[in-house]
Design a binder for this molecule. Structure first.
Ligand SMILES: *Cc1c(COP(=O)(O)O)cnc(C)c1O
Length: 385
C-alpha cells in the first residue's frame, strides 16, 4: 500500500507541475525526418549532427563486422570480450586525439559514472559547472567526495571554490565542452589553468563537441588547444551510433582498468559496433563538407530567428535553444510546431533549471535549406499565436 501510495504521489506531482515525461514511438526516423503515428515530420530534436546514423558506409561496416565477429562480445573486456578490433579502435582514437590511451565504454553515462566512482574518494573535491550533464552530477552526488558547483562557464566562480577552506583531498574540475541544453562552449583554457594552478585535474565531457568542432572534428579541447587529464567523448551524437571513450594517460587507463566497475562488470561493446564506429570515425575525419553544411544551417537559422525577433541564445553550435520559461508554455509551443510538421522537444525542469523550460532545437548537416526555412516559418506562426 505505501509503495503504491509513494509511486502515485510522485506521478501526480510530476503531472501537476507539467513535468510528466512520456516517450513517443516513432515508426522510422533519421537526422532529417521522423515518422510518428503515420505522420511525417522534420526532425529538429536529434543529436545526429552530421547525419551519420544512416550513412550506408557505416551500416555496411556494422553488417560486415557482424558477419565476421557475430553480434555480441560474449563477455566483459576483462574476460573474453576484448577483441582485436576493440584494441585497434582504442589506439586509433588515442592517436587521433593526441592521448597515450583510450578506453571504450558502453555509454557516456557509464563512462562518467565509472570515472567519478573510481577516481574520487572520501576527502576529495569535485568542482562541477552548475549545468554539467546529469550523468556527471549524479555520479558526483553519489560519490563520497564533496560536490560543489560553480556558476555556469564562470572561471571566477571556480576560483572562489579553490580558495574556500578545504582539506587536502584531490580536486577534479568537471565541465562539458559544448553544453547539451544551451549549446554554448566552456572556457576550457581558463578552467584548465585554474585546475593546474591548484594541482587539480580537469575532466571534459565533449559529447556534443566531438565530430562537430575542431580540426577534423576533434572537438572542443582540440579547438581550444587544451588537453584535459580526462576527456570523455561519446558516440551517440555526431558519430551516429552509441558508446563512449575516455582519453587519458597510460597510468590513468591502467588505473581505470583496475577500478572502473562499469567496465569490469559489464559486457563489452559488440565488436561489430566497433567496426561501425571505425567507419564513422573515418567519415568524421573526412567530414569537412558535412561540418560546413551544418555551419551553413546554423547560420541560416540564427539569421532567420534574429529577424523574427526570437530569443535565441549565444550559441554557435548545432544546439539552438529557445528559452520559454514556463513548462506548459514550452509544451504548447512544441505542440503548435508539430501541427506544422516540425518535431522539436520541449525540455523542462528538472533537466534544466526551474523557470528555463525551452525548446531545444537541434540542427544537422542532413537538413536542407528549405527545412530550416520551414522551421522558421513554423516558429513565426507559433510565436504569433
Ligand atoms: C548524451 C550525453 C551523455 C550520455 O552519453 P550516452 O552515451 O548517451 O550515455 C553524457 N554527457 C553528455 C554531456 C551528454 O550530452
Amino acid at each position: 500500500m505505501s509503495w503504491q501510495h509513494r509511486i502515485s504521489q510522485a506521478l501526480n506531482t510530476r503531472r501537476e507541475k507539467g513535468q510528466f515525461r512520456q516517450r513517443q514511438v516513432n515508426q522510422r526516423g533519421d537526422a532529417r525526418t521522423l515518422q510518428v503515428d503515420g505522420r511525417q515530420y522534420l526532425n529538429f530534436a536529434a543529436n545526429d549532427y552530421l547525419g551519420l546514423s544512416h550513412d550506408p558506409r557505416i551500416v555496411s561496416a556494422w553488417q560486415k563486422g557482424a558477419r565476421r565477429y557475430g553480434v555480441g562480445a560474449g563477455g566483459s573486456g576483462h574476460v573474453t570480450g576484448y577483441s582485436a578490433v576493440h584494441d585497434e579502435f582504442e589506439q586509433q582514437l588515442a592517436d587521433w586525439l593526441g592521448y597515450p590511451r583510450a578506453l571504450l565504454f558502453i555509454s557516456g553515462f557509464a563512462a562518467n559514472q565509472a570515472i567519478i566512482a573510481a577516481m574520487l574518494g572520501k576527502g576529495d573535491h569535485i568542482f562541477a559547472d552548475k549545468l554539467a550533464h546529469a550523468s556527471l552530477l549524479e555520479a558526483a552526488a553519489l560519490s563520497p567526495a564533496t560536490l560543489r558547483r560553480f556558476a555556469h562557464n564562470q572561471p571566477d566562480s571556480l576560483v572562489k571554490l579553490f580558495h574556500s577552506p578545504q582539506d587536502d583531498g584531490e580536486k577534479l574540475v568537471v565541465t562539458e565542452g559544448v553544453f547539451s541544453m544551451d549549446g554554448d562552449c566552456a572556457p576550457l583554457v581558463e578552467l584548465h589553468q585554474l585546475a593546474q594552478h591548484h594541482d587539480g585535474w580537469l575532466l571534459v565531457d565533449d559529447a556534443h563537441g566531438i565530430g562537430v568542432t575542431g580540426e577534423q572534428g576533434r572537438g572542443s579541447c582540440w579547438q581550444q588547444r587544451v588537453k584535459p587529464e580526462l576527456l570523455v567523448v561519446t558516440f551517440g551524437k555526431a558519430f551516429g551510433l552509441s558508446g563512449a571513450a575516455v582519453l587519458c594517460g597510460v597510468d590513468s587507463a591502467d588505473y581505470l582498468l583496475q577500478f572502473a566497475r562499469h567496465l569490469i562488470y559489464s559486457t563489452a561493446m559488440p565488436p561489430a559496433q566497433v567496426c561501425a564506429l571505425q567507419a564513422s570515425l573515418s567519415c568524421i575525419q573526412q567530414g569537412d563538407e558535412l561540418r560546413e553544411r551544418l555551419q551553413g544551417n546554423i547560420a541560416q537559422f540564427r539569421r532567420g530567428a534574429g529577424q523574427l525577433g526570437l530569443a535565441i541564445q549565444p550559441s554557435s553550435t548545432a544546439i539552438q535553444p529557445l528559452i520559454v520559461g514556463e513548462e506548459n508554455h514550452a509544451l504548447r509551443l512544441a505542440e503548435v510546431l508539430r501541427l506544422q510538421g516540425c518535431w522539436v522537444t520541449a525540455i523542462r525542469p528538472p533537466t534544466v533549471p526551474p523557470g528555463t523550460a525551452r525548446l531545444r532545437i537541434t540542427l544537422s548537416a542532413a537538413h536542407r535549406q528549405e527545412d530550416i526555412a520551414r522551421l522558421l516559418e513554423a516558429l513565426h506562426e507559433a510565436n504569433r499565436r
